[in-house]
Design a protein around this ligand. Structure first.
Ligand SMILES: [Zn+2]
Ligand SMILES: [Zn+2]
Length: 463
């Protein structure tokens, strides 16, 4: 294995390496791997793989002297290693298989030679169950925080190795597989609840007004953080809560009779079940609309999202009875957001306008964008939005149509999106509508115009 870089810090004593975790270390990456650092600025946490190169820091030598190895299972990789080195116990498989292969060097401690060590607290642990430095292979790994990058110099905190430690690899840290908490499914009880109500966690966040959690969920859907998305979340949470208040205090229900807000299986207020009982009407197709979709559950796919191509950052939330709430972004709100986060404009100017695209500039731009998005959530709602109570002309439930098969492309098509494309007289009275003899064509095959919704809004295409 060839090192890709080296650690530079003020620590020369392995026994002190743990103390380095609070201080900064620099990882000096070899020029040969400069391009391997591309976009590393966007990683806040990195896994650093390094060579435990000093015999006393675990570098297992063939002549390893088996001093009384005392390690600390709970803590660092290196600091406690000064106490001893690993005895050479022959092949790893011997040790792992528990064949009882005796070490070539007689161990001084009762555990040396095998892969168990007594920790400082007196606990006996296998090396695979600890971070002890004396290991089958002299390889260490530590998750660090990237403080800043200056060319091929990475300033990090959390590294617990001595000056001069060879770095073997650097990886972006990824623990997402361990964490299903964002959707609330962190245990099997939650998982089963979510199977009966997939929007449980979202409803909880709406009730609690936890716009930050909702923004995180919305961004999973939207792909990035931006103030527009944050505004969509804010507007939608407000509308959901307002309809919720209507629902929670109907005239016929006294406060005493009202079900408790917490602990109840059924949350009060609007609940989108994706079956069109709650409808959202958005007035433009931009980032704002995705925040609305996530929070309200009214989406393009479940026919609960209505699009009015008006180019306004506004949306209406309504129940089937037509009692709705319309939330409109005030014309002053973009300036208000801009002034609240001047940093972002500076980075925007550099990266977008002046097209400075080096890693550091792009990373700084993204970081400030994220900060501005989350920061937007804490701005004064009333300075950003106007709220109206509105009566809405609610459309009928979306009809379901049978499907036919296009005589030309053979693809299944909703019946209302087909046109006659040929000699209908050839079709017998009992011919199923889905057969080729139907001579029905899809709009595309028939060369007829059809509506398209894209970044420009609704337009007519083809024909
Ligand atoms: Zn966006
Ligand atoms: Zn077709």
């Amino acid at each position: 294995m060839n090192p890709v870089g080296v650690v530079r810090n003020d620590c020369t004593d392995p026994a002190q390496a743990m103390q380095m975790q609070d201080a900064e270390s620099v990882i000096l990456v070899d020029e040969a791997f400069a391009d391997a650092l591309h976009m590393i600025d966007s990683c806040e946490y990195l896994d650093v793989v390094f060579h435990l190169h000093l015999p006393e820091t675990g570098g297992r030598t063939k002549t390893g002297t088996a001093a009384g190895a005392e390690t600390d299972a709970d803590s660092g990789t290196v600091s406690d290693a000064a106490a001893g080195t690993g005895a050479d116990s022959g092949t790893v498989s011997d040790a792992a298989a528990g064949t009882g292969a005796e070490p070539k060097t007689e161990p001084a401690s009762e555990t040396a030679g095998g892969w168990k060590r007594t920790t400082r607290s007196g606990e006996l642990r296998g090396v695979f169950a600890s971070r002890a430095p004396v290991r089958p292979n002299p390889v260490g790994i530590t998750t660090v925080r990237l403080v800043a990058r200056d060319g091929n110099r990475l300033r990090v905190t959390g590294l617990d190795v001595v000056d001069g430690t060879p770095v073997l690899d650097i990886k972006s840290c990824n623990t997402s597989h361990l964490d299903d908490a964002p959707c609330g499914a962190s245990n099997h009880i939650h998982t089963s609840l979510l199977k009966s109500n997939p929007r449980l966690a979202i409803q909880r966040y709406i009730h609690a007004g936890d716009t930050e959690k909702l923004l995180m969920l919305a961004a999973q859907f939207h792909g990035h953080y931006c103030p527009g998305l944050a505004m969509g979340v804010m507007a939608a949470v407000h509308a959901m809560q307002e309809l919720d208040r209507d629902n929670a205090y109907p005239d016929s229900v006294t406060d005493d009779a009202k079900p408790a807000e917490t602990g109840g299986e059924k949350a009060s207020g609007p609940e989108s079940d994706g079956l069109e009982d709650l409808l959202a009407i958005v007035e433009t197709n931009n980032c704002f609309a995705d925040g609305v979709q996530l929070v309200t559950g009214c989406s393009f796919g479940n026919n609960s999202l209505i699009f009015e191509d008006l180019g306004k950052t506004a949306f209406t939330l309504t129940r089937r009875d037509g009692n709705g709430v319309r939330v409109i972004s005030r014309h002053e709100s973009p300036a208000y957001v801009r002034e609240a986060f001047p940093e972002f404009d500076r980075h925007y100017q550099r990266v977008v306008k002046e097209k400075v695209r080096d890693d550091a500039a792009v990373a700084a731009f993204r970081k400030s964008g994220v900060e501005r998005s989350f920061g937007t959530l804490n701005l004064d709602f009333n300075r950003m939005f106007e709220v109206q109570r509105v009566r809405v002309d609610v459309p009928e439930y979306a009809p379901s149509h049978e499907s036919c098969v296009c005589a030309n492309c053979g693809e299944s098509v909703m019946a209302t999106r087909m046109v006659d494309g040929g000699d209908v007289s050839t079709r017998g009275p009992n011919t199923p509508a889905t057969t080729v003899e139907n001579r029905k064509l899809c709009l595309k095959c028939a060369g007829k115009p059809y509506s398209v919704l894209d970044g420009h809004g609704i337009r007519i295409s083809g024909g």
